[in-house]
Design a binder for this molecule. Structure first.
Ligand code: C2E
Ligand code: MG
Ligand code: MG
Length: 646
């Protein structure tokens, strides 16, 4: 029995213990829970703090970044503004070509440059290209392609763009390519500068360096260059031969001296125009300076072809020029040098053609000569002759010969023509044809002509006072073109008359048609002045010129001398006979005396007599004689004639 309460007590005790234990266990579980919750909270708080710090950092970073970006943006804006300003200041246009989209941005200034005022007008790359000058387009495309392909770092192109008004402007386009990571070109952008003024200046300088400003023809230096190229072509290809024509205007100085340099310049321009009209495209006409021109004929087969061109030029220039209401005649002397293997310097061709031209001058001008190697030796001789001629007067090497002029009706000597001779110390007696052209070219004709005039006037004074005082004669003296236009001529003639005391009307000056042809107005002026001195003027070599018949009545001429070309053929050629007949009837109607020169045989004299020609001169009657022989002939003639008339 007692067990039951014990058991009960035990049970109760166990239950209490279990309860206590359970309560304890619960407590400790709660404590543990609470501890964990606290730990979690702490951890959470820690994490929160960490995050807050992190966020604060991030925030700070972000703010810094924002600030930085703001600064960058500002800097970019400033930079853009600066660039735009610089571009505007430089007056450059800007362009940005999106290669992917095929769009192009063009700044206002860009549009302004090409005259696109309508902003709504789209400008596609095609439209841009369509404005590029056709000759510049291929190169521009190459440049752009090279840039896009990456073979060039910077794009740089100078080309012409058509302005909306139709004219072209020169532009300089500079740009750079923007690429993606794989190096593909995405955009090309850059600036465009108007360089028209610079290009114009460059062109002007180039033209000035290469072209003659008066005629716009290539100048000497450019012609030399072109000739060098022709030589190189001929060297490569034997078929590609060429010819060089060297042209010099005959008596151009007469035009300059009488009409002034302004007229001279105008005439040179007209000559240049005609020369251009005589050659084929590809040939070159250049002005070497003064009145000298050169023509380079490319692809001529032979000498004959070059001669044909020379003749064409001479024919074209022989047509009258009209200048300020005047009719002017101009001829050229032409030297021809053909391409030769082994001759490779342009200067050699110019010199050879020049030598040939000089020969053409000496042979009477208005003609052409082809260069031959012996001309070089001739040129050396020419130079030494020039030098000798300078001293000939002081050294007493010049002589005046006199050729009598007879009256066919009376058989009396009525006058003499004074003809100069030069006794050269080594070359012997020289004829005027060998040295008068040199004297004319060098200007020595002025002192030489004055000397001949003085000699002739003195001789005439002696004859008319001492020999034939009862029936005085006249003396005629040849005057060169250069003398006629020289302002001192009147004074020289006046002095010669005063010094010798001759009667002015007993002195005749012989001029030629070609002197008048160069410029009739100026020549008439000079002749009128001479006429006031009381002397007579004689038209020499009449019939050889071609345009002077119309001038004849306007000139103060008293005597015509028919050229010996017609006189020499008068007995064999009916045309010449007719010409002489016409000249005789013309001179009668103009009340002029006529002398037929170059009468060599009796038949000619008879024809002239039958035509009523009054005076004759020629070998039939007498060659030119020295002064003493002329005087003896004069005395004999008078004695015979007086005897005959008794
Ligand atoms: P020109 O004035 O026509 O002179 C006539 C030329 O014909 C002279 O030649 C004379 O000798 C030549 N002659 C005369 N009769 C005959 C003939 O029957 N048959 C042939 N075949 N010829 C004849 P020259 O003396 O040689 O003079 C040539 C030219 O030189 C002259 O032609 C003249 O233009 C020029 N000249 C001569 N002396 C002077 C001068 O002092 N001053 C100037 N400026 N020129 C002169
Ligand atoms: Mg004469
Ligand atoms: Mg003559």
């Amino acid at each position: 029995m007692q067990l039951i309460p014990l058991v009960l007590v035990l049970l109760a005790g166990s239950a209490a213990a279990w309860w206590v234990l359970r309560s304890r266990a619960r407590l400790s579980a709660r404590v543990a829970e609470e501890a964990e919750a606290r730990w979690r909270l702490e951890e959470l708080q820690g994490r929160l703090l960490e995050r807050t710090v992190e966020l604060e950092d991030a925030n700070e970073h972000l703010e810094r970044e924002i600030e930085e970006r703001r600064k960058m943006e500002l800097a970019l804006r400033e930079s853009e503004e600066r660039y735009a300003l610089a571009a505007r200041g430089a007056n450059d246009g800007l362009w940005d070509w999106n290669l992917v989209a095929g769009e192009v941005y063009l700044s206002e200034r860009w549009r302004e440059m090409v005259g696109v005022v309508d902003r709504s007008l789209s400008l596609s790359p095609e439209e841009w290209f369509s404005r590029v000058h056709l000759s510049d387009l291929p190169q521009l495309k190459v440049d752009i392609a090279a840039q896009a392909a990456g073979s060039r770092s910077h794009f740089h192109s100078e080309h012409r763009l058509r302005h909306s008004e139709g004219f072209f402007i020169w532009v300089l386009c500079r740009g750079i390519v923007v690429r993606d990571d794989e190096g593909r070109a995405l955009r090309i952008a850059g600036s465009m500068t108007d360089i028209t003024a610079r290009k114009d200046l460059e062109e002007r300088l180039r033209r000035e360096a290469q072209f003659d400003s008066l005629t716009t023809l290539p100048n000497r230096s450019y012609a030399t260059d072109l000739l060098r190229r022709a030589i190189a072509r001929a060297k490569r290809n034997r078929e590609q031969q060429f010819g060089v024509l060297f042209l010099d205007c005959d008596r151009f100085k007469v035009v300059n001296d009488s009409l002034g340099h302004h007229a001279g310049d105008s005439l040179l321009r007209l000559v240049a125009g005609r020369l251009n009209g005589c050659v084929r495209p590809g040939d070159v006409v250049a002005r070497l300076g003064g009145d000298e021109f050169v023509v380079i004929l490319e692809g001529v087969k032979d000498e004959a072809e070059a001669i044909t061109v020379a003749e064409r030029i001479q024919h074209s220039l022989a047509q009258p020029f009209y200048l300020d209401g005047r009719e002017l005649f101009m001829s050229v002397s032409v030297g021809i040098a053909m391409s030769q293997p082994g001759v490779e310097r342009p200067e050699d061709y110019l010199r050879d053609a020049d030598l040939a031209m000089y020969r053409a001058k000496l042979r009477g001008r208005a003609r052409h000569e082809v260069f031959r190697a012996d001309m070089r030796a001739g040129a050396v001789l020419q130079m030494s002759l020039e030098n000798d001629l300078r001293h000939s007067m002081d050294r007493g090497e010049l002589r005046v010969m006199y050729q009598p002029i007879w009256s066919l009706a009376s058989g009396r000597i009525v006058g003499f023509e004074a003809l100069v001779r030069w006794d050269h110390p080594t070359h012997g007696a020289m004829q005027p044809a060998d040295f008068i052209p040199i004297a004319e070219e060098t200007g020595l004709i002025l002192p030489l002509g004055e000397w001949v005039l003085r000699q002739a006037a003195q001789r005439l004074a002696h004859w008319n006072t001492k020999v034939v005082a009862d029936d005085p004669i006249w003396v005629s003296v040849n005057v060169a073109a250069r003398q006629l236009t020289h302002p001192g001529l009147v004074e020289i003639v006046k002095n010669a008359i005063a010094e010798t005391g001759i009667e002015a009307s007993r002195l005749k000056l012989e001029i030629t048609e070609s002197m008048i042809m160069a410029d009739a107005v100026a020549a008439v002026g000079a002749l009128e002045q001479l006429k006031t001195l009381g002397i007579h003027l004689l038209m020499d070599d009449f019939g050889t010129g071609h345009a002077s018949l119309s001038y004849l009545h306007r000139l103060p001429i008293s005597t015509i001398k028919i050229d010996r070309y017609f006189v020499g053929r008068i007995d064999s050629n009916s045309e010449c006979l007719e010409i002489v007949r016409t000249i005789l009837s013309l001179s009668r109607s103009l009340s002029m005396d006529v002398v037929a020169e170059g009468v060599e045989n009796g038949a000619q004299r008879e024809v002239l007599q039958s035509l009523g020609c009054e005076y004759v001169q020629g070998y039939l009657l007498s060659p030119p004689l020295d002064a003493d022989a002329a005087e003896r002939l004069l005395l004999t003639n008078r004695a015979v004639e007086s005897a005959a008339s008794r």
